[in-house]
Design a protein around this ligand. Sequence first.
Ligand code: FAD
Ligand code: NAD
Length: 401
Amino acid sequence: FERKKILVLGAGYAGLQTVSKLQKLLGHQDADITLINKNEYHYEATWLHETAAGTIDWEDGVYPVSKVVDASKVKFVPAEVTAIHKDEKRVETNQGDFEYDILVTALGFESETFGIEGMEEHAHSIVSPQTALAARHEIERNFANYKNSGAEKDISILVGGAGFTGVEFLGELVESVPVLCEKYGIDYSKVNLTCVEAAPSMLPMFPENLTDYAVKYLEDRGAKFMIGTPIVAANEDGFVVKIDDEEQQLEASSVIWTAGVRGNSLMEESFDGVKRGRIVVKPDLTIEGYEDIYVIGDVAAVMNGEGDDARPYPTTAQIAMQLGEHVAKNIELTLKGDKKEPFKYDDKGTVCSLGSKDGIGIVMGREIKGKKAAFMKRVIDSRAILKIGGPMLAYSKGKFF
Ligand code: FAD
Ligand code: NAD
């Protein structure tokens, strides 16, 4: 009997949860498990807006992958995947090639600029610790240089998109910007925080009373919203928006694009039928025609049903972790010669933070706001670490204190 080679690509929520569960389910002799990730560390992608605003240090939201991996069962290789050859069952990386019998693809998300002119060159994004830090450094540089620059113009920060990421980022900014003002001796009235949203309303998944609460919370602390205002270009002066069919330049010292994500672009290069970096998966989480290739997390389109009305679930860390656990179980079933089981999503709700002390959400079907929502967000953030890495890791990296 030959041991199967299981190869997991990506140590985000989906990939690391898969490995964490696999090493519990399988014995030393059951399989050869290899995990490949670009960095030696895992980062909490759901905390990146905090790094970008400077309310946490980037180290707070990362931990070594080795803290989770049981080295006696799993080989961890820090390497960058450069190609997946699905028909040869081979993956290329910058550290050499890897063959597999079973592949788990969990390569995560990137920024999506929808081809908007100038966006990639002129706007920051919040999609990795590196991009979040770049945004944070630029914001702080503008405060540090303000007095030297003649202090004629206000400091303007433009946030593109009022989805979850945009709103949570603004929640952090209204906490960190007053601290920066204090540090560099700048009056808060000299700072403009503006969020531009194309749709006629924001956060449509929440009832109006909760969205109104979030808007009021942020407006009371100095943020402004331009709703129903599509961004059509970015340049070195800021965003170009469309108002009443007329293009208008919005000037800013920092521009941050939080208006969309897509799956990893390696997906298009490796598989057929991929849209915006995501491929539709079957109920058992493999892809059509490839019984041994699982695709999970932000690179997967997991449908909420069958037929023409079926829609993909939103890509979140919550579903990514459930997918990871399910794949581990299906792999165990396959190794035992049993049939794989279909995935069922258990939606526990959503919380949108407004900085560290406030928020809105629907949890287990109940609406929450204020401190309770902020508390729930910390529970959710800490639970992810607990589920993947266990109590010791949650104790050191969780948001308990
Ligand atoms: P990722 O977390 O993107 O992990 C992918 C991993 O693969 C990374 O470690 C990456 O380094 C690695 N990788 C990528 N390319 C390569 C390569 N070529 N070779 C090797 N390794 C590679 N969701 C929620 O449920 N709740 C929230 O509160 C929430 N908040 C969010 C806040 C922000 C600011 C953002 C941007 C997203 C948030 N999300 C939230 C969404 C959530 O972060 C994603 O859905 C989740 O990260 C997807 O997990 P994943 O494992 O698929 O991918
Ligand atoms: P999103 O796609 O959910 O929101 C993007 C927003 O930008 C939308 O409101 C959209 O109308 C707007 N937009 C798009 N193009 C625009 C344009 N040209 N001009 C102006 N506005 C424009 O993206 P996101 O907020 O980054 O979320 C990505 C995923 O991560 C989602 O699945 C989300 O559920 C998840 N997420 C969850 C949480 C949470 O649970 N607290 C936090 C962050 C992200």
